[in-house]
Ligand binder design. Structure first.
Ligand SMILES: CSCCC(=O)C(=O)COP(=O)(O)O
Ligand SMILES: [Mg+2]
Length: 230
């Protein structure tokens, strides 16, 4: 198997702890929701998001719909966009720091130095992705990343999303390795022709699906897929 020209990465459960997303990021956005909307609800960017909420949940009061989606961990695009805007202040003033598993940054640096392109595909908005990697526990890693994709390209369990991403990257699907903890996302990526590897991180309690190559961390991904060691 040829080494990938590009590694496309999920965030939650892959580069970063599930607990960081669920116990730090999501509660932060929930706690700040009312204050943020009171302060910014009439600004065009936020007003457009609230319109998208109304269109997605007709007949439901927008704040109620947002709170319901938060409780359901629904990967609904207007919620994810709004969460990114709310997190911005927290990342910029230091209340939030993007968690990365300790094995991640050294591998990203080694792979980037070897000419492998690195990109992110997460349900978190592109703006939120840039914040997490720009204010990460390992420093600003955004210079290593040459592509950011969120649910505006399509759902993570749909093959068409991966086809759109590889087209946007200008690469053959077979040259791209997708890393995720979620088997259904990997199934969709494989259907689109990408190489796949499931991150089965013990600390996240991920269960192996048996349907994809499996790695406990990024050095194991490197060994399996012919990428440079950190
Ligand atoms: C700053 S990224 C936040 C991640 C997030 O909001 C989320 O829903 C997790 O989605 P993923 O696709 O990375 O599993
Ligand atoms: Mg994930």
């Amino acid at each position: 198997m040829a080494a990938p020209a590009c590694v496309l990465m999920d965030i939650e459960g892959t580069t970063s702890a599930i607990a960081f997303v669920k116990e730090t990021l999501f509660p932060f956005a929930e706690a700040e929701l009312d204050a943020f909307l009171d302060a910014h609800g009439r600004e065009p960017e936020v007003a457009a998001i609230l319109e998208e909420v109304r269109a997605t949940a007709p007949g439901e009061e927008p704040r109620a719909a947002l709170r319901r989606w938060m409780a359901e961990d629904a990967k609904v695009t207007p919620l994810k966009t709004l969460q990114g805007l709310i997190w911005r202040a927290g990342f910029e003033d230091g209340r939030l720091k993007g968690h990365l598993w300790p094995d991640v940054a050294p591998c990203l640096r080694a792979w980037h130095a070897a000419g492998v392109r690195l990109a992110i595909y997460s349900s978190g908005s592109v703006a939120a992705q840039r914040l997490l990697f720009g204010h990460s526990v390992a420093g600003d890693l955004t210079p290593l990343l040459s592509g950011f994709f969120d649910t505006r390209v399509g759902g993570k369990r749909e093959a068409a999303s991966y086809a759109a991403i590889t087209a946007a990257l200008g690469l053959d699907a077979g040259a791209v390795l997708f890393l995720s903890d979620v088997a259904e996302e990997l199934d969709a990526a494989r259907e689109a022709g990408l190489m796949t590897c499931q991150l089965v991180r013990a600390a996240d309690g991920t269960r192996a699906s048996g349907r994809h190559a499996e790695a406990a961390d990024f050095p194991a991904v490197a060994r399996l897929h012919g990428l440079p060691a950190a």
